[in-house]
Design a binder for this molecule. Structure first.
Ligand code: ATP
Ligand code: MG
Length: 415
């Protein structure tokens, strides 16, 4: 093999790093359970259409970032770049409409071919939730409250800000689209190529451009808030009211749009200033048209996704490492005896490290290195009387205890 580096934009998650990810996942899943969300696991690849036809043909994901390949059977498959389309597909495939509302939590790897940098990878990981089948703003409030709760449980309340906007209903979007089109047409020659391409197809998308030249033009663009119809206004007002009732702080950012075509009404992001350019940690919104557009029954939905890497970088919880108990035979003749004891102790629920090789001194050194609390030392002489030595590695104190009492003594002292 010529190249043993991981593929660009991918990372191995080793001990401490994996623990941080796991912590984010565990907190998110446990908190979601308090709101009645159940884990749903969908495949990490889907037919390309699942994404291509739903995310919008002017989205960054579809135009540049998908990992798409043809299978040996000639089918076009795409590694999932995000979670919502797969959950919506699963909702339809499994006929879940009859069980609606569905509250789904998911976690796992996502794949996007973009330029790797801090907080931006080609394989990254998300946690996310979808609440499918509720039309009213209570659902939006519920998923935002859940996001706020998870971020708080991760100790991030002070590090993130919630920004909120309305993308209106279909009628409002059509009206705003033509107002935007008129505005951007004036700057046609100054827009970036990407934005120019979006002008005819989806001028709203231009508002999401990260190009600096575009940003200047966007500053003067009309506000969606001024073009919402009454129903859309009432919807976002109710969401804002609900957040205030729950004392969830937010700011209305009238320039916030989401990168995917299927969003309507509520759009929101939790952002931070501590991760440089990769400032969005959690983002979501309402997608009432998605399931129908995919060929399912007309069903509203709202949800969000958060990048685990970005959350793990922000949250500096100290993860305490469990301390083992080391079992040390003084000579290799006692290896088999020790191995049996090790296995018996583990069956009682104790964390036991077995010191495999080396002389007694080396083994004790290794026990220290693994931060063991205690060592159970098996010596010929003591064993003749049915005893072992138990050494507390913090205090250095040593006792002789009966082999038959080891499990109970360890459990009461260190369990
Ligand atoms: P960005 O503007 O940073 O590209 P996005 O709008 O493409 O984000 P979403 O599709 O909304 O991101 O995904 C939700 C969250 O997933 C993001 O807020 C971020 O935390 C995380 N995320 C998205 N893309 C990546 C990536 N390539 N690497 C790591 N995390 C990512
Ligand atoms: Mg992106």
């Amino acid at each position: 093999m010529s190249n043993l580096q991981p593929v660009r934009g991918t990372h191995d998650l080793l001990s401490e790093g994996r623990k941080r990810h796991r912590h984010v996942e565990d907190v998110a899943m446990a908190t979601s359970a308090l709101y009645g969300f159940e884990e749903m696991a969908t495949p990490i690849f889907e037919f390309t259409d699942v994404f291509a036809r739903t995310l919008g043909d002017t989205s960054d994901i579809v135009t540049k970032e998908m990992y798409t390949f043809e299978t040996k059977g000639g089918e076009s498959i795409t590694l999932r770049p995000e979670g919502t389309a797969g959950v919506a597909r699963a909702f339809i495939s499994n006929g879940l409409a009859q069980h609606a509302p569905i509250k789904a939590f998911y976690k796992g790897p996502m794949f996007r071919h973009e330029r790797p940098q801090k907080g931006r990878q080609r394989q990254f990981h998300q946690i996310g939730v979808e609440l499918i089948g509720v039309e009213g703003p209570q659902a939006d409030i519920e998923v935002i409250a859940l996001a706020t709760h998870i971020l708080a449980s991760l100790g991030l309340s002070a590090s993130v800000t919630l920004e909120l906007n309305s993308l209106g209903d279909i009628e409002s979007r059509a009206a705003f689209r033509s107002v935007l089109l008129d505005y951007f047409k004036v700057y046609e020659s100054d827009l970036s190529d990407d934005s120019l391409g979006r002008l005819g197809k989806n001028p709203l998308r231009i508002l999401d451009s990260k190009d600096e030249g575009d940003r200047k033009i966007i500053e003067g663009a009309p506000d969606f808030a001024d073009h919402l119809n009454d129903a859309s206004k009432a919807f976002i007002d109710a969401v804002q009211q609900g957040l205030s009732d729950l004392s969830i702080p937010y700011t209305r950012n009238v320039k916030l749009v989401r990168g995917l075509d299927y969003y309507c009404h509520t759009a929101f992001e939790f952002t931070t200033t501590s991760l440089g350019a990769q400032g969005t940690v959690l983002a979501g919104g309402r997608y009432d048209g998605l399931i129908k557009q995919m060929g399912g029954p007309s069903t509203p939905g709202v949800g969000w996704a958060a990048g685990i890497e970005r959350l793990a970088m922000l949250s500096d919880v100290s993860l305490t490492k469990n301390r083992p108990i080391s079992v040390v035979p003084v000579s290799s003749d006692l290896t088999r005896k020790a191995q049996t004891l090790v296995q018996d102790l583990r069956k009682t629920g104790l964390f036991i490290e077995f010191s495999f090789t080396g002389n007694m001194k080396k083994r004790l050194k290794r026990a220290d290195k693994s931060n063991a609390r205690a060592a159970v030392i098996l010596g010929e002489d003591e064993l003749k009387d049915g005893n072992v030595v138990l050494r507390d590695l913090d205090s250095g104190e040593q006792d002789i205890i009966s082999l038959s009492d080891v499990a109970q003594t360890l459990t009461s002292k260190y369990g």
